[in-house]
Design a protein around this ligand. Structure first.
Ligand SMILES: Nc1nc2c(ncn2[C@@H]2O[C@H](COP(=O)(O)OP(=O)(O)OP(=O)(O)O)[C@@H](O)[C@H]2O)c(=O)[nH]1
Ligand SMILES: [Mg+2]
Length: 317
């Protein structure tokens, strides 16, 4: 993966050659990529909801397995994009796969080879450099009878010669350690990119904004979550050891502001409380969170809004 120059080189284990590499998690929206990332890393790095298109940018989680440091890249779901934001998200997902040392394709056990999975399988050979190992992870095995798994695995392996197949449950943890161990063994030799104790590579202000977006997504319905974005505007350490965080929720339409606020501000207040608790836990400090809701009709056409969440506006053009 390119663009790593700004990272702190970490020391590997004493003696012995270290290995380090990138693994991209790809799949349809809602396949469980972020759940798997969190499970692999053992910490909540990426937000998870029951809705599609939760992850927007590329989220990195870091883990050490034996002598290998594995940098997992959670990606937005792969689907047929229509809108600019969709296109930028899908481009980011494919870029994650192209730049990685290994790729894990997640397929949902209970849905099988959907049209979307079919399209991904079609696109893989023409998108990935030759020889790039792709592992198959059949996820959500807790949702199906076991006897359905072998036929699904066989059908998928007929479509592509996967380097390995794993039957996993990202939420329950089944099969996840095997997958991680296998990936660790495939990482190329090289120095670790991150200090040993680092689990994520994202600025705290972005993680904090993502946490608030997760709480909003869980409370709001229909198209609204798509049409909003959250940014952390300021992060001030206070003398008493607490931190004051100011965030803005941008909505695209006038009518949406009221929905985000809720009656007498009840919705945004509840969201703020939930987000504050989680942010405080994450940073190990008391947090004061202030959320403003602003109408910004054109935000979906503003490069800066894309940059803020780690996307390239021109990818959507
Ligand atoms: N039963 C079950 N549910 C799962 C499993 N893994 C993920 N889920 C659920 O599937 C939903 C989507 O999970 P995410 O991790 O957000 O999926 P994603 O692939 O990151 O989704 P996008 O970011 O929208 O592309 C959530 O409700 C998860 O709790 C699993 O192993 N078993
Ligand atoms: Mg996700």
């Amino acid at each position: 993966m390119t663009g790593e120059d700004d990272t702190v080189p970490g020391a590997g284990p004493e003696g012995g050659a270290t290995r380090c590499g990138f693994v991209a998690l790809i799949g349809e929206p809602n396949a469980g990529k972020s759940s798997l990332l969190n499970r692999l890393v053992g910490a909540k790095v990426s937000i998870v909801t029951h809705k599609v298109q939760t992850t927007r940018g590329r989220i990195r989680g870091v883990v050490i397995d034996g002598g290998a440091q594995i940098v997992f890249v959670d990606t937005p779901g792969l689907f047929r994009p229509r809108r600019r934001l969709d296109r930028a998200m899908v481009a980011a997902a494919w870029a994650g796969a192209v730049e990685a040392d290994a790729v894990v394709l997640l397929v949902e056990a209970h849905r099988g080879i959907t049209e979307g999975v079919d399209a991904i399988l079609e696109a893989l050979p023409e998108t990935l450099p030759e020889g790039r190992p792709v592992a198959l992870a059949i996820n959500k095995i807790d949702r199906v009878p076991h006897e359905t798994l072998l036929p699904l695995s066989a059908a998928l392996n007929e479509r592509r010669d996967f380097a390995a197949t794993f039957l996993i449950s990202a939420t329950r943890g089944a099969g996840v350690e095997d997958l991680r161990g296998w990936l660790g063994g495939r990482m190329p030799e090289g120095p670790w990119h991150y200090p040993e104790d680092q689990v994520a590579d994202m600025p705290l202000r972005l993680i904090a904004a993502e946490i608030t977006r997760e709480k909003l997504m869980l409370r709001l319905h229909q198209e609204l979550p798509y049409e909003l974005t959250v940014e952390t505007e300021s992060w001030q350490e206070r003398e008493d050891g607490s931190v004051r965080i100011d965030q803005v929720v941008y909505v695209a339409r006038d009518g949406h502001k009221g929905i985000v606020l809720g009656a007498k501000g009840a919705t945004v207040k509840a969201v703020g409380t939930e987000a504050r608790v989680e942010i405080a836990e994450l940073i190990g400090q008391r947090a004061h969170l202030f959320i403003q809701v602003k109408v910004r009709p054109g935000w979906l056409d503003e490069p800066a809004r894309y940059r803020e969440i780690g996307l390239d506006y021109s990818d959507g053009g």
